[in-house]
Design a protein. Structure first.
Length: 445
């Protein structure tokens, strides 16, 4: 419930704090005292559209704050929608705040954390009904009626069972619809998918093949130039100069022993040069001008280039396209079996949903009967039925599938409307008493 409302600088209101107590709170006052402004302030706090006109003349901004406190039962019902909005009710309490500047800009907070006016509006739909003549009330919403009926009947377990069974049923229906749609889509393009798979598998591309073919094509196209350069490099790597360098190092070492360490570096140079000469000689021998092979390589590169152009932009994307097409074709082969399995599961889920729905009305009917019995027993002494007693018997269809009968020793020659609380009333019809039994009356709640 709303426990406190504070309003500052709203129209004619400078600063007012309104504490509210449980039950009915009535505001009275002369015309123009600001009663409707408090209602307008609450509407603004709960997300109503605002303009700069609401700011009190001479003030910079309007500030509205409201504190809400919840019972454990109400909090358990509101926690799921609060969680969906990212709101936490700390210690069963929620504090909303909204500021409206003189330029018409709005800022909002929930429990001290910034939020949006849209979130305030969604919270307002959960927390407060503001209604007047011809205005929509939550009591007219089907979901609100269902919530109140379940809460009145204490049918949280049955409600959860119905909700879970319905969610399972809807999930299976969605899966069946998606699978049917996907199957029809695959059937329409199955010929194209088979063509894609066959074209790519016929070419049999391999990862890294494009790069390897590019290197080979360049080598074949420049075979003569590569051979000439490799032979010249082999000739340039003459070891005669290194042999003379070895003699010079030996002469230096005889005169200065510190130069002996250079011999190790020279030996390493000999080894590297010999290894390089062998590599160049082998490379030159492998270089061969082969126009036929060059044509085959270029042809293969053209095939891969067309595949990349159609299914690319890179060769791995081509392979991924092939795998997706194969997977869709395989799903077409198993779609009928999958649909049969889902249909069986859907039938079972539908039966579970029907059973869950069938268990809910009796629970509500019993709760209504129990509450009606309590109301009848609590009737005031001056009511038209002061000595009324209550029982249930078969054969009466007044409340759900379970009967409700009222026995009263008082005569009741015509229908009467009995009001036991602000929200409940019954009509009672009587029939002629028999000589052996008390007067019996069936009721319709």
């Amino acid at each position: 419930m709303l426990t406190e409302l504070r309003v500052r600088d709203l129209a004619v209101i400078a600063d007012v704090t309104l504490p509210l107590a449980p039950g009915l709170n009535v505001l009275t006052g002369e015309t123009g005292a600001g009663k409707s402004m408090l209602v307008d302030a609450l509407a603004l706090l709960l997300g109503e559209r605002a303009s700069s006109d609401v700011v009190r003349p001479g003030a910079q901004k309007t500030v509205i704050e409201g504190a809400f406190e919840f019972t454990s039962a109400a909090l358990s019902r509101l926690l799921p929608p609060f969680a969906a909005l990212g709101v936490e009710a700390e210690a069963g309490r929620l504090v909303l705040k909204r500021e409206i500047s003189g330029e018409g800009r709005s800022r909002a907070w929930v429990n001290g954390s910034p939020t949006t006016v849209g979130v305030l509006a969604q919270l307002g739909a959960l927390l407060v009904d503001l209604h007047g003549q011809h205005e929509t009330q939550s009591l007219l919403r089907i979901d609100a009626q269902r919530d109140m009926l379940d809460a009145y009947a204490d049918a949280a377990v049955e409600r959860t069972a119905v909700r879970d069974a319905h969610e399972r049923l809807r999930d299976l229906e969605r899966r069946e619809e998606e699978l049917t749609s996907r199957r029809e889509d695959v059937r329409r393009k199955s010929d194209y998918l088979r063509h894609v798979v066959e074209e790519i598998e016929r070419a049999a591309p391999q990862n890294g093949e494009v790069e390897a073919l590019e290197i080979e094509a360049k080598r074949l196209a420049h075979a003569d130039e590569l051979g000439r350069l490799s032979r010249e490099l082999e000739q340039a790597l003459d070891t005669a100069a290194l042999s003379r360098a070895a003699k010079l190092v030996a002469g230096l070492a005889r005169l200065d022993p510190s130069a002996a360490k250079w011999q190790e570096l020279l030996d390493g140079a000999f080894a590297h040069v010999e290894e390089l000469v062998q590599a160049v000689r082998g490379y030159a021998a492998a270089i061969e001008s082969d126009p036929r092979r060059l044509g085959a390589v270029e042809q293969r590169r053209d095939v891969l280039f067309r595949l990349v152009q159609k299914y690319g932009p890179m060769l791995p994307d081509v392979l991924a396209t092939r795998d997706r097409a194969k997977h869709e074709l395989e799903s077409l082969d198993t779609a009928d079996l999958d649909l049969r399995n889902i249909a069986e599961q859907r039938e079972r889920a539908g039966s579970e949903f029907s059973r869950a729905c069938a268990r809910r009305p009796p629970r509500i009917s019993h709760a209504l009967a129990r509450r009606s019995r309590q109301n009848v027993h609590a009737a005031p002494p001056d009511s038209p039925m002061p000595s009324t007693s209550y029982c249930q018997r078969s054969g009466c269809r007044a409340v759900g599938s379970r009967p409700v009968w009222y026995r009263s020793p008082l005569p009741a020659p015509k229908a009467q409307r009995m009001s036991f609380s602000k929200s409940s009333s019954i009509w009672v019809w009587t029939r002629a008493p028999s000589p052996k039994s008390p007067r019996e009356a069936s009721c319709r709640a």
